[in-house]
Design a protein around this ligand. Structure first.
Ligand code: FAD
Ligand code: NAG
Ligand code: NAG
Length: 586
């Protein structure tokens, strides 16, 4: 097998390229055709917000769940809603508008909390580079766009929280449908994606299920948030369904704390354990470091939709978490909730990337292979990226003297471990709200996960062996005295062990050595431990968490569909509750 440098491999596999590698790409981009999105009228920079204001609902985090939630809460039967997002609007960052900008967005990722980049880079204590969204629309504004509903079994709960879920499946489906009508499309499959489709079928990932948003065993084409002209649709678009006059979206508004009041023991009632504190509002900071407060009207609620890193971080900063850790940091304890920040999960990604012998199109995930829909096996997907190679690598290579950047196409087939069961935690390095939390996922630390990774990588190898991919093999292949010459792939980085068909131990080592992230991290505020079946924070009143931090398992497939659905679903549920408490005003 042919190799290219370890340096290039690291560059490609992490997909976090050095910004200086891509200067000429930035110049090629154009914003959304100049037109402002329909929701632009709701947006305000936080510096223009008053020092204190009152709302019925304060949604923290304008991401995948936060946008549909805020739009719905402001709609018929809802109330006055404030949505607070630490990042800017997607229209400010042209690379977000198209699938072709995916790699460029990751290349611009910046770890600094004060940076304006729409993707924030971080590295977990495991040493695996990762990113989190920092822009209105959240993950949906920077991700690969693949859209697929959860397996129905996911809604019945999993593991220890099997008893704590309470999904109304009719409303779940209606909420998925609402999202799908607004922002999903059927992709046209060609090039690398079509070849991988055939290869998956040849490797017995069957049956062929055609185009479907359902998570079913076999090979399928899922929906995408990129439309026929290649333009991205994100959760921010859903803000267009807000009721004018009832939604305010503050950008570059970083929430630093939830304001809570102790509840008088004599006035405690209801849920068990009884809440000891009530959320009454939040404090947020604008880009000029001015502090603002948003306070709840009577009967109002604060909802955290800041994602699997942001939501547990904010609970901890607000004194809701493990009492001893909080005291150690000097944060006054509002409610002792030991599991905040615990049970953090990330799906390990292991893949094989090749440089195909023929030029291929850039493609994000469209075709996936699901060997078993219940998550007992791995989950396979493919992408192809066109990435700049020069000038950083040209000094030692054959590219000396070239002034224009060189591009190479890298095609990849990857697998993730669904679930997973290996878990880690998130913690605050200090009481400073602007310091990023630390976290560790403990990838593949449980033998069940490692065993599924071994199966998954073997599947990937089988797919790569298939005749359907012969046209992409390179002429630099191995020569054999025994049989016909078998053209090989030029592999990027770590090669598979030669005895991959039989050697589980060697494949397990490959899994551990090449582990990366598919960015599906979740947990930190899991249902049954930090929030109850209605996503209310245990121990607190008027405070919920609605996002991927409540999941103790990924929905089998890629998570965005289910997180978007959850925002719409919880908005409708909360309006229903509001009506059961008081007369409708609309
Ligand atoms: C590179 C990449 C590719 C991916 N590809 C896919 C894919 O193809 N398909 C798929 O289904 N999933 C994909 N995912 C995963 C998916 O996008 C995420 O799981 C999902 O978007 C997470 O949703 P969330 O609501 O939990 O958090 P987010 O969408 O991240 O929303 C959280 C929001 O809260 C804001 N925030 C955080 N803290 C604060 C604070 N203190 N104050 C104010 N605002 C705050 C953040 O800026 C962010 O906008 C991908 C993710 C990444 C990063
Ligand atoms: C919800 O939709 C799924 C398909 O995605 C279907 O199988 C299921 O029967 C539906 N459930 C209800 C209650 O409508
Ligand atoms: C999951 O599905 C596979 C087949 O796809 C089956 O062999 C296995 O028993 C199932 N496991 C569970 C826990 O249902």
């Amino acid at each position: 097998m042919g190799f290219i440098s370890v340096r290039l491999y690291l560059l490609l596999m992490s997909l976090v390229l050095v910004p200086s590698l891509v200067p000429s790409l930035a110049a090629q981009s154009r914003p959304y055709g100049g037109a402002l999105p329909g929701y632009a009228r709701y947006l305000l920079d936080a510096t223009a917000m008053p020092a204190v204001e009152q709302y019925d609902y304060i949604v923290v985090g304008g991401g995948t769940a936060g946008c549909p939630l805020a739009a719905t809460l402001s709609g018929p039967g809802g109330g006055r809603v404030l949505l607070l997002e630490r990042g800017g609007a997607p229209s400010e960052f042209p690379a977000l508008a198209t699938a072709g900008g995916f790699v460029r967005t990751l290349a611009m990722a910046d770890p600094a909390p004060e940076s304006d980049a729409p993707a924030q880079a971080f590295t977990s204590e495991d040493g695996v580079p990762n990113v989190r969204a920092r822009v209105l629309g959240g993950g949906t504004a920077i991700n690969a766009g693949f859209y697929s509903r959860a397996h129905p079994g996911w809604f019945h709960g999993h593991g220890e929280d099997a008893e704590v879920t309470n999904w109304d499946m009719r409303l779940v489906n209606a909420s998925y449908e609402w999202v799908e009508r607004q922002m999903t499309f059927q992709p046209t499959v060609h090039g690398w994606q079509a070849a991988v489709r055939a290869a998956l079928l040849e490797a017995n990932v069957t049956p062929w299920n055609g185009f479907t948003v359902d998570h079913v065993a076999g090979t399928k084409v899922g929906a995408t948030t990129f439309d026929a002209s290649g333009r991205r649709h994100s959760a921010a678009d859903l803000l267009g369904f807000a009721r004018p006059g009832r939604l305010r979206v503050a950008l570059r508004a970083t929430v630093t704390r939830i304001i809570t009041n102790p509840i008088d023991p004599a006035a405690r009632r209801g849920r068990s354990p009884q809440p000891t504190v009530a959320a009454i509002g939040v404090v947020y900071q604008d880009r000029l470091l001015e502090q603002h407060r948003a306070l709840l009207r009577p009967g109002g609620e604060v909802i955290l939709s800041a994602g699997a890193i942001g939501s547990p971080q904010l609970l901890l900063l607000s004194g809701i978490g493990p009492a001893s850790d909080l005291s150690y940091l000097g944060i006054p304890v509002a409610a002792d909730v030991p599991d905040v920040g615990k049970h953090m999960f990330d799906n390990p990604r292991n893949g094989i990337s090749v440089i195909p012998s023929v030029p291929i199109d850039h493609s994000l995930i469209q075709v996936v292979g699901i060997p078993s829909a219940n998550g007992s096996e791995s989950y396979l997907e493919a992408a192809s990226y066109i990435v700049p190679l020069a000038p950083a690598l040209s000094s030692s290579g054959p590219f000396i003297g070239s002034t224009t950047p060189l591009y190479i196409t890298v095609a990849t087939i990857m697998q993730k471990v669904p679930g997973p069961v290996s878990e880690g935690s998130l913690w605050l390095p200090s009481g400073n709200p602007l310091e990023s939390p630390a976290l560790r996922f403990n990838y593949l630390s449980r033998p069940e996960d490692l065993a599924r990774c071994v199966l998954g990588v073997r599947r990937v190898a089988e797919v790569l062996e298939s005749r359907a991919l012969d046209g992409f093999r390179s002429s630099v292949g191995s020569t054999s005295r025994r049989g016909p010459v078998r053209r090989d792939f030029r592999i990027v980085g770590t090669a598979l062990p030669v005895d991959w068909r039989t050697n589980d131990r060697a494949l397990a080592n490959f899994c551990l050595q090449t582990v990366a992230t598919l960015w599906h991290y979740h947990g930190g505020c899991v249902a049954g431990k930090v929030v109850d079946r209605d996503f209310r924070v245990i121990g607190a009143r008027s405070l919920r968490v609605v996002d991927a931090s409540t999941f103790s398992e990924t929905p089998g497939t890629n998570p965005q569909a289910t997180i978007l659905m959850m925002g719409r679903y919880m908005g409708l549920k909360m309006i229903e509750e509001r009506h059961s408490r008081r007369p409708v005003r609309s």
